[in-house]
Design a protein around this ligand. Structure first.
Ligand code: NAD
Length: 479
């Protein structure tokens, strides 16, 4: 590290600050495999300071007391600034976790701006119930901000998933302490700076960097001054956070892991099915909670589909994420690369075959298609979180549904068929928070988003975010 190495501070009460101890950690570019910036390493002390700032801003500051239109205008200004700083924000996520710049700058940044615009408008236009009662009383609902929100984020869509939490929390008048993933600190600090510039008052959005267990993350989940914890990450971490939150009865929203099933029926439009199935597992190098990592194909089209799917996987461009032509970059960190490599190396011992793919140079796993794998194999049952898909044939619709639901996860599923009745029937039978039919990844931010089983607790999006980030109050008046 040289004196010109960028430094990424916390942002507490409107001020960029280092840690009290001066401790720092490196953030590493997974393509060059070199550290590119140093980051303030927060712990319990920094988490406590950030919560105190958020508490003050909530209890005494203007933000929760502002009208929806005024707060919404500030959030729209923030969305404008996010768009205007697309290069900086997209570049930060690409440097931190190796996602192609085309995706970070081209998808995640616009979607992050949309998160602010959508929730600003949704809160302003949201209406509660008015309930005239037979007794002559009149009841109605108010949605009051919950208070201080701790938002704990993963590294796979850093800015996009952080804003998915921050935007509704702020729109409803809460104050926030964000703990970005340790592998992806940079875009959060830029965002917090832009929020101040947009007019979000000091203390309303704080960012603390650090790790999870015995570090800033855990400290936030144990702090009794926190009113809501919104977490996205692994299912095991979700359990630890639930336990910590239980001590203070703090409500938690958990968006966790997945092992998405993708069903291709013989009557599907195969062009559509191949192209979405490729994106479903190889976008973001498979580091997507929604990844279609279990692909089931009906036997009459199995050989043809597999041929076309494997050829399309081979045609993806693997390389430098800063190159606009790159489809698949490296995995996000060395630790994560080792995990995914372990699954690929274990395929044959577990009885499966690599149809295509395998390990690449550096921290790269090439788009990998696994066939003939028994249902007991680790790669088949566990969330790999990399560009690795298992493909199996099926015969009947009932068998396909049974295979799809045979998992402890339940975040999402996809199905491809030209039979309308089948699409509705199978969508209803699948155990999943979201089902996509003849498409993938298309989102309406009003829709519930979340999972069943090990994929999470609760839903976010539209009114579902409102329920979580507010304290709905009933007022009953005698008339
Ligand atoms: P992770 O659980 O390791 O870490 C997520 C965050 O939690 C990080 O900020 C980390 O520092 C923090 N953390 C870890 N332990 C903690 C603790 N004990 N207390 C408080 N904070 C703690 O997850 P990850 O590896 O960053 O992300 C990948 C996982 O996230 C995958 O399982 C993926 O499926 C899941 N994910 C889910 C969704 C969804 O919407 N359901 C979206 C994206 C990712």
């Amino acid at each position: 590290m040289t004196s010109s190495t960028p430094f990424i501070p916390h942002l507490i009460d409107g001020e960029p600050v280092g840690s009290a101890s001066g401790a720092r950690f490196d953030t590493v570019d997974p393509y060059t495999r070199e550290p590119w910036a140093q980051v303030a390493l927060g712990g319990a002390e920094e988490a406590a300071r950030a919560v105190a700032a958020a508490r003050r801003a909530f209890d005494h500051g203007p933000w929760p007391r502002m009208g929806f239109a005024e707060r919404g205008a500030i959030l729209h200004r923030l969305a404008d600034l996010v768009e205007a700083h697309a290069d900086e924000l997209g570049g930060a996520d690409t440097a931190d976790m190796g996602k192609p710049l085309r995706d970070s700058r081209g998808n995640d940044v616009p979607r992050s701006a949309l998160n602010f615009r959508f929730f600003a408008d949704h809160a302003r236009l949201s209406t509660g119930d008015a309930l005239p009662m037979d007794s002559g009383h009149h009841a109605y609902t108010r949605f009051e901000p919950a208070g201080v929100v701790a938002a704990i984020a993963p590294w796979n869509f850093p800015l996009m998933l952080e804003t998915w939490k921050i935007a509704p929390a702020l729109a409803w008048g809460n104050t926030v302490v964000l703990k970005p993933a340790e592998d992806t600190p940079a875009s959060a600090s830029i965002l917090a700076r832009l929020a101040l510039e947009a007019g979000v008052p000091a203390g309303v959005l704080n960012v603390v960097h650090g790790y999870g267990p015995d570090s800033a993350g855990q400290a936030l989940t144990e702090d009794p001054r926190v009113d809501r914890i919104t977490f996205t990450g692994e299912s095991g971490t979700g359990r630890a956070i639930s336990r910590a939150a239980a001590a203070n009865l703090t409500p938690v929203s958990l968006e966790l892991g997945g092992k998405g099933a993708n069903l291709v029926f013989a009557d599907a439009d195969l062009d559509t099915a191949v192209s979405w199935s490729i994106r479903a597992i190889f976008a973001n190098a498979g580091q997507v909670c929604l990844a279609g990592s279990r692909l089931y194909v009906q036997r009459p089209v199995y050989d043809e589909f597999l041929e076309r799917f494997a050829a399309a996987a081979d045609a993806l461009v693997v390389g430098d994420p800063k190159d606009p032509g790159t489809d698949v970059g490296p995995l996000a960190s060395y630790e994560h690369y080792l995990k995914v490599r372990g699954y690929v190396e274990g395929v044959e011992a577990d009885g499966g075959k690599l149809r295509t793919g395998g390990l690449g140079d550096g921290w790269v796993v090439r788009p990998t298609v696994v066939v003939d794998v028994p249902g007991s194999a680790r790669v088949y049952r566990e969330e790999v979180f990399g560009p690795v898909v298992v493909v199996r044939p099926f015969d009947t619709e009932a068998e396909a549904v049974g295979l799809a639901n045979d998992t402890r996860y339940g975040l999402n599923a996809m199905l491809f068929t030209e039979n309308l009745s089948r699409a509705h029937r199978v969508a209803a039978a699948l155990k999943a928070g979201t089902v996509w039919a003849n498409c993938f990844f298309i989102r309406d931010l009003r829709a519930p988003f979340g999972g069943v089983g090990d994929s999470g607790v609760g839903r976010e999006g539209g009114t579902f975010s409102r329920e979580f980030f507010t304290e709905p109050k009933a007022v009953v008046m005698a008339i």
